[in-house]
Design a protein around this ligand. Structure first.
Ligand code: CA
Length: 512
């Protein structure tokens, strides 16, 4: 009798709690943001152009091919030309002109020598300290970081790899301060001193402390590549998320394929045997090691039966390096695109992007609609079901969920903006202080140093070989106004001339 009563009580409780609970809470999708460093638009066997190129034949990325088959390929996805502006836009939803982390960060409160020593331009006091989750930090942009929003929404948030969000000694240098529950190997620096476990990832090298990868002591002295180590650690953190029964956000931010170009021995030999230049063979092996990491994550999700409820976004933070450190001819590594990392041309900003979302995104689909890195912030929040996000910053990005579901878009009417009132370092085509707008197929670049314009029609001239500025002054005029209005609206910083102290004029102040 007593037992029956207990059973009845149990059944009543089960009936009253269980079904309701199921109805109320739709399972939040897990989100993997697979973010590669310095990977170019052509550094893959997946063609992102309308035809296969020799680069697509060179690189071996079977897991990117697998992801492309299972999801959507974006042929015109943009970041900015260098690391930090992209990463801060990603984590804040703000356009670089607004957040003012317009160049790469490292040292607190300091402009780097290449900026101070520029011959003719004085660069503005941009936010050299990066992003900050706390108000009032000098030379840092105060914003509510994406991982914090996801954590507050119930996600288990994992950072694995390169952070590079804030300068040394500032709150933004530590991913934990930005809302990540776990930080694997992330800190202020934007590159590793070494990719080799046998070299302790650069730890213990005198004078190189800034670049030594933190927190992977268990792999020191072992024959393991950095890409592999941070992937294995990321998968362990996914186990933790499963144990905690929380949805997860994995920010798998690879140090690869950034310099130093150090071969991944698991893959190097095959490229050397093809007769490739040794630097390029090493680079290709780093690309393939990165692709293996993607495959390991996809395998894990399938094995754990989580693949159906996990979104995977693949993206890179700037164009492929081509001005220095590469084998072969400079400025050619992203062809048909012009130039590479650091450049306002497509080679500096156009990225390989893929998105898989089972049940929502049509497998093997392609979109030619364009988007830009700050769009990831509102998109990911929408994916996570965060409505009306309460954040301290103004979000410039626009959700691309409508592109994923192949609904109508406003791409052709929408203008995208880049603003780089800075000096990167190396020289090359399109490299230097500039502001850029793209609207429809037309792209206008305004170079600050000599205030000249370049206008391109990307539909007919993807390689930006024919400057149409003198042929179509009316288009230059129209786009210069749109660009200047944006720059004024977000209170963008401009460089000034060292000889006069006068600021570089806005593009619409130039008489054609
Ligand atoms: Ca980068």
């Amino acid at each position: 009798m007593k037992n029956n009563l207990l059973l009845l009580l149990g059944l009543v409780m089960f009936a009253s709690c269980q079904p309701e609970k199921k109805k109320e809470i739709a399972p939040s999708p897990n989100i993997v943001l697979f973010f590669v460093d310095d990977m170019g638009w052509q550094d893959t066997s997946v063609p992102f152009w309308n035809k296969k190129t020799p680069f697509n034949e060179r690189y071996i990325t079977p897991n990117m091919e697998r992801l492309a088959k299972e999801g959507m390929k974006f042929t015109q996805a943009y970041s900015t030309a260098v690391c930090s502006p992209t990463r801060v836009s990603l984590m804040t939803g703000m356009n670089a002109a607004r957040h003012r982390v317009t160049n790469w960060t490292l040292k607190k409160d300091m402009l780097q020598p290449m900026e101070v020593n520029h011959k003719t331009l004085q660069f503005p006091e941009w936010n050299v300290n990066g992003m900050s989750p706390v108000e009032g930090d000098d030379k840092a942009v105060y914003a509510t970081p994406l991982p914090q929003m996801l954590k507050d929404a119930g996600y288990f948030t994992i950072h694995s790899g390169k952070a590079h969000f804030g300068a040394i000694g500032t709150p933004g240098e530590n991913p934990i301060n930005l809302g990540f529950d776990v930080n694997i190997a992330g800190h202020a620096a934007g590159a590793p001193e070494s990719y080799f476990g046998t070299e302790n990832f650069g730890n213990g090298k005198e004078g190189k402390e800034v670049w030594a990868v933190p927190g992977l002591e268990q792999y020191h002295g072992k024959d393991i590549y950095l890409t592999e180590a941070i992937t294995q650690e990321a998968l362990k953190s996914l186990d933790t998320a499963v144990e905690k029964e929380q949805p997860f956000f994995l920010y798998m931010a690879h140090y690869a394929v950034h310099t130093p170009i150090m071969g991944d021995d698991r893959y190097l030999q095959e490229y050397l045997e093809k007769g490739m230049d040794s630097t390029e063979a090493k680079y290709a092996s780093m690309v393939e090691g990165m692709d293996k990491s993607l495959g390991d994550i996809m395998d894990y999700l399938e094995r754990e039966k989580m693949d159906e409820n996990t979104i995977i976004l693949f993206m890179s933070d700037n164009g492929g390096l081509s001005a220095v450190a590469r084998g072969g001819e400079k400025h050619t590594h992203n062809k048909p695109l012009a130039s590479g990392k650091g450049s306002a041309y497509e080679g500096g900003i156009r990225e390989p992007m893929l998105v898989k979302w089972p049940g929502k995104v049509r497998p093997n689909s392609v979109t030619e609609e364009y988007l830009i890195i700050e769009d990831f912030y509102p998109t990911i929040l929408e994916m996570a079901g965060v409505e009306n996000p309460n954040v301290v910053q103004t979000i410039d990005g626009q959700s691309f969920l409508s592109l994923l579901s192949e609904k109508e878009s406003n791409t052709a009417e929408r203008a995208l903006f880049w603003h780089y009132p800075n000096e990167w370092g190396p020289d090359g085509p399109g490299i230097g202080a500039s502001s850029t707008v793209r609207k429809g197929d037309l792209k206008l670049i305004y170079f600050h140093e000599d205030q000249h314009f370049e206008l391109f029609d990307l539909k007919t001239d993807i390689g930006e070989t024919k400057n149409l500025a003198s042929e179509h002054p009316e288009k230059v005029d129209e786009l210069a106004k749109i660009l200047s209005n944006h720059l004024r609206h977000v209170d963008a910083q401009m460089p000034s001339f060292k000889n006069t102290g006068e600021p570089v004029p806005f593009p619409d102040e130039i008489t054609l």
